[in-house]
Design a protein around this ligand. Structure first.
Ligand code: ATP
Length: 431
């Protein structure tokens, strides 16, 4: 398995992930996605949205605001209970999450630890021009609550019947105590959450369904079966709202860690918001002629963790003719760049013209790049290292036979195809 430093250095060098505000010394555990990172991230989000919303007839989308009424967070239990405790080592000054240190001494240097200190993970700010306690609001620590408080709106405008779901992708913020490990635990991150509302009596069945559905999703997009597993939460581990919970875990270089949680939230959220807001969030069942508070199944995944896991999972090194080849063997739907057009000579105008024409013809349909800044060996290595699926080289012979060479990232096989056929060929491979 690749170590995290190798991934971090590749991410920075090749433009996947940079530390936020680096020129000012950086901001801890806040990250910016570079040109390739944003492509990977968009691919992850689009694939999730496609499977959660477009390919189903029982799920609608939502994009709620990051800022919400503070009562939302009082009602959800976040103001009182969304806390972490940490301890510091008095010798080496390292900080640890209290729930993660098993012994009474520092896991790294065996030094004495401080007493645990606790604080709320939500970021606070003010709404309006007066910085008073009355104007305090929070940056949302999860996207889910936006769905619960809009339950009635969505029901009225979409006329959905149980069971149905609402999907949302958006930013969330947590003032995490222990950080590090690249984007794994960031202070600003994105979640992909689905709240699936069911009849109470069917909720266990739907819980099993979503655990399986979400587990298969990662495998569908190429995640190695050996690197992913399901783990059921023990009773004592369950959050206050959860009846049952599974984590989908990935084998990160730091060990098996959560990629996504699927929780059976029963009727906790809708009931709670109904009670405190005084507005009923029940579903009126026309057939049974009564109000029902649906139960909720929540698959909640992290965009950033998923990107990191796919990056780690895709990383491969091999020896090719005595030389090391680094490849990000992404699934074709995840690869940030699908095709690279590589003219072999920069100083032959007819050749450059042909290469530019091929590039322009493809770029409206796929993410395509153009690179003529090195020798062909270097150009291939660059593209392999970022997971580009196909390289098209245009050489002097192309001017005579009107053919180009297409090289496959995984097999490294090369095929000579007619310039007129390039677009069709790529459509065949990539659709
Ligand atoms: P952890 O204990 O690992 O911080 P959590 O159990 O608090 O995670 P949830 O509240 O269940 O996480 O959030 C759902 C998903 O959101 C997680 O599975 C993860 O993918 C993502 N997530 C949560 N916190 C962070 C974070 N600080 N940085 C990046 N992703 C996060």
């Amino acid at each position: 398995m690749v170590d995290l430093n190798t991934i971090a250095s590749l991410c920075k060098r090749r433009g996947f992930v940079y530390q936020s505000s680096e020129i000012y010394g950086g901001l801890g555990s806040v990250w910016d996605y570079g040109p390739l990172g944003v492509e990977l991230k968009n691919n992850v989000k689009n694939l999730w949205w496609k499977s959660a919303v477009y390919e189903r007839d029982d799920v609608e989308g939502l994009d709620a605001s990051i800022l919400m009424h503070p009562d939302v967070w009082r009602t959800s239990g976040h103001v009182a209970g969304f806390k972490d405790s940490w301890v510091d080592c008095k010798s080496c000054n390292k900080r640890f999450r209290y729930d993660e240190v098993k012994q009474k001494t520092c896991p790294e240097c065996k030094g004495e630890l401080t007493e645990p200190r606790t604080f709320n993970l939500m970021f606070k700010t003010f709404i309006g021009s007066v910085e008073s306690e009355a104007n305090e609001i929070y940056l949302r620590p999860e996207t889910a609550q936006g769905i619960f408080v809009n339950f009635k709106n969505i029901l009225a405008s979409s006329r959905k019947k149980l069971p149905f779901g609402v999907a949302q992708i958006g930013k969330a913020f947590r003032n995490e105590v222990t950080t590090g490990n690249l984007t794994f635990r960031s202070r600003e991150f994105e979640q992909m959450e689905l709240e699936y509302f069911t009849y109470p009596e069917d909720s266990d069945k739907w819980f099993d369904y979503w655990v399986n559905e979400r587990f298969q999703w990662y495998k569908k997009f190429g995640m190695n079966k050996k690197n992913i597993r399901l783990r059921k939460h023990a009773k004592e581990e369950l959050a206050h709202y959860a009846k049952s919970c599974y984590d989908i875990e990935f084998l990160f270089p730091m060990g098996w860690l959560e990629l996504e949680g699927i929780a059976h939230r029963a009727d906790f959220d809708l009931k709670q918001h109904s009670e405190i807001s005084g507005k009923s969030l029940a579903f009126y069942d026309e057939e049974k002629k009564k109000d029902i508070i649906p139960h909720v199944i929540e698959p909640s995944g992290g965009v950033d963790r998923t990107c990191l896991a796919f990056l780690i999972d895709a990383y491969k090194t091999e020896k090719v003719r005595g030389e090391k080849r680094v490849v990000l063997a992404f699934h074709k739907e995840l690869a940030p760049v699908k095709v690279a057009v590589l003219p072999l000579l920069r100083n032959r105008p007819e050749l450059v013209k042909l290469a530019r024409a091929i590039y322009k013809d493809l770029r409206g349909d796929f993410k395509v790049t153009y690179d003529d800044t090195a020798s062909i060996g270097r150009l291939y290595r660059r593209q392999d290292e970022t997971g580009t699926l196909y390289c098209i080289t245009v050489d002097v012979k192309s001017l005579e036979d009107k053919k180009v060479t297409v090289r496959d990232r995984d097999t490294m096989e090369q095929e000579r195809i007619s310039v007129d056929m390039v677009k069709k060929y790529m459509e065949g491979k990539l659709r």
